[in-house]
Design a protein around this ligand. Structure first.
Ligand code: NAD
Length: 304
């Protein structure tokens, strides 16, 4: 059985562990949190998972490493330094980082050729995308191997041509979310209505066609060129941006709309996961857990 070491048992690490475990990997989870054993018993019951605070021990003998620790460069540098020493020289060391450059994570690391970002969207066990971001020293073999592992997990690995902070998904999300906060701060719309507006329009659209393909369709037979000249040419207004000094007001409004704490999280996550599961297969994505064990999988996302 192939062995994966998951570093960090937070929101992302636990979800990766479920995904790898359900796909037939032996999973080792490493995290210094004192409640690690309870967490694994509660969240990863019935899966082939072992847990330890000792990263070196968890990494020894691994065939693949997926790091999901804190988003702090100094912590990642330290974790990858340990991983470099305690893994074979053919083992991919992938970071789930949302924004940090792989070249920064690999700074001074003798295993830089094996270090790559494999950035999932939350929750990795359901969302098809993994952004594969090589640094300048990442080897082709590392990119290929990481992409192959993600594909066999039923994911869609999308490789970036070069590194950039925030990669592609989170750069787009940053611009979009900034405008959402700005519109609430300006008193144009409230939190729940903005979420409903997006779910009923852009969210549904982008689950079926991407923004460029949507541009082609929006222009009719004249395509995106017609849309750009016709509608696009009139979108000349300044969009403005969110005021960081007033972020607290928006956070208060979000908490008032959705609640906070364990019970609210569980309820919202269950709603999101149920809806996501319901649309994955009809949209042509591989059903979670449908992939076989490592070495026997097939390409996901038929038709994409
Ligand atoms: N939350 C998201 O939506 C999301 C999405 C995609 C990627 N990511 C990325 O995934 C990574 C993890 O994010 P998260 O949201 O799961 O964070 P989290 O705070 O939920 O979990 C981080 C975990 O790392 C553990 N940890 C701390 N020091 C450690 C060490 N030295 N070794 C091992 N584990 C250690 C913590 O105890 C904690 O359990 C980050 O790099 C983040 O940018 C997050």
């Amino acid at each position: 059985m192939a062995v994966v070491t998951i570093v960090g048992a937070g929101v992302i690490g636990v979800s990766w562990a479920r995904l790898f475990g359900a796909a037939g990997w032996e999973v080792r989870v490493s995290d210094p949190r004192p409640d690690l054993a309870d967490l694994v018993a509660r969240e990863l019951a019935d899966l082939p998972v072992t847990a330890t605070a000792d990263l070196a021990a968890a990494a020894t003998g691994a065939d693949f490493v997926q790091e999901a620790g804190p988003e702090r460069i100094e912590i990642k540098e330290q974790m990858f330094a340990t991983l470099a020493v305690h893994t074979r020289d053919d083992v991919v060391l992938a970071s789930s980082s949302s924004s940090l450059l792989p070249s920064a994570i690999a700074r001074g690391n003798p295993a830089a050729g094996r270090i790559v970002v494999g950035h999932p969207f939350n929750p990795p066990e359901l969302m098809p995308l993994v952004e594969v971001v090589p640094g300048p020293r990442t080897s082709e073999a590392t990119v290929d191997r990481a992409s192959e592992v993600y594909r066999r997990l039923g994911k869609l690995p999308v490789r970036l041509k070069k590194e950039i902070p925030g990669f592609v998904g989170n750069r787009l999300q940053k611009v979009f979310n900034d405008q959402a906060v700005h519109l609430v701060q300006q008193g144009v719309i409230d939190v729940r209505d903005l979420d409903d507006l997006v779910r009923a329009s852009l969210g549904l659209r982008w689950a079926t066609v991407g923004p460029f393909e949507s541009g082609v369709l929006g222009g009719g037979p004249g395509g995106m060129r017609h849309l750009a000249a016709h509608v696009g040419s009139q979108l000349t207004f300044e969009t403005g941006s969110a005021d960081p000094a007033r972020q607290g007001e928006v956070l208060d409004a979000v908490e008032e709309a959705y609640g906070t704490g364990e019970a609210a999280y569980e309820r919202l996550a269950a709603l999101r996961d149920g809806r996501t599961r319901a649309v994955l297969e009809p949209l042509g994505w591989t059903a979670p857990g449908a992939e076989a064990a490592p070495g026997t999988g097939s390409a996901p996302g038929a038709g994409h």
